[in-house]
Design a protein around this ligand. Structure first.
Ligand code: 5GP
Length: 218
């Protein structure tokens, strides 16, 4: 993202950008692209009990842990949110999020509607959460993307397809929607949302003093 002059004149609260979609809508590709474009954005790496797919990297795509370990972490309150998705656990570790936020970064979350519901219901962070729902342009494209992924067995693809309608029904719980016809257009839209959200008055720390200073000079 191009650096905008004037931004950085005073501090801003970090924001938590959530991308959700039914599987196969292209959300992971959008997430990867927006991270490339924006150096202030860091990815939240989830923990999961699902098996690692070919090409995935431990600690980059997910922390792959077993069910016992996951449940122990639930009990020690290690997750900011967690959910069961497609018969596996997925959860967002709390510590890295808190560290990134206090370092002034914005954080990107690739989580489902259950995790999003948990984040937006937390009093202490709800104002920092910005939610975007990604829709596929049509069903055949969704099916094509799921099958082309080729990392999952046919049974897994079928199971995921059967959940699509359910997942789609959660779009009204989000603040923004993007129809992902062209990846580049979708990434542009995420960038624009992020840019506008960063300018919100309530996120600016030190704005009052900055303006006070300007007023004193005039
Ligand atoms: P996949 O197995 O395809 O990587 O992810 C399946 C679903 O789990 C996706 O919709 C993804 O957004 C969601 N997911 C990934 N990590 C998390 C997480 O930490 N929490 C929640 N609630 N969902 C997650």
């Amino acid at each position: 993202m191009r650096h905008i002059k004037g931004q950085g004149a005073f501090k801003r609260r970090g924001l938590m950008l959530v991308l959700s979609s039914p599987s196969g809508a292209g959300k992971t590709t959008i997430a990867r692209e927006i991270l490339n474009r924006d150096p202030n954005l860091v990815m939240s790496i989830s923990a999961t009990t699902r098996s690692i797919r070919p090409g995935e990297i431990e600690g980059k795509d997910y922390y792959f842990i077993d069910k016992k370990d996951f449940e122990a972490r639930i009990n020690s309150d290690n997750f900011i949110e967690y959910a069961r998705v497609f018969d596996n656990y997925y959860g967002t570790p709390k510590d890295p999020v808190e560290k990134a936020m206090s370092a002034g970064h914005d954080i990107l979350f690739d989580i489902d509607w259950q995790g999003t519901q948990q984040l937006v219901s937390k009093q202490n962070i709800m104002q920092d959460v910005v939610t975007i729902f990604i829709l596929p342009p049509n069903v055949s494209e969704l099916e094509r993307r799921l099958k082309n992924r080729a990392q999952d067995s046919l049974a897994v693809v079928k199971h995921r397809m059967s959940k699509v309608s359910d997942e789609l029904s959660h779009y009204p719980e989000y603040q923004y929607v993007i129809v992902n016809s062209e990846i580049r257009d979708s990434v542009d839209q995420v960038e624009q949302i992020l840019s506008a959200e960063r300018c919100k008055i309530e996120r600016q720390i030190g704005l009052h003093d900055f303006v006070q200073n300007l007023r004193n000079l005039s």
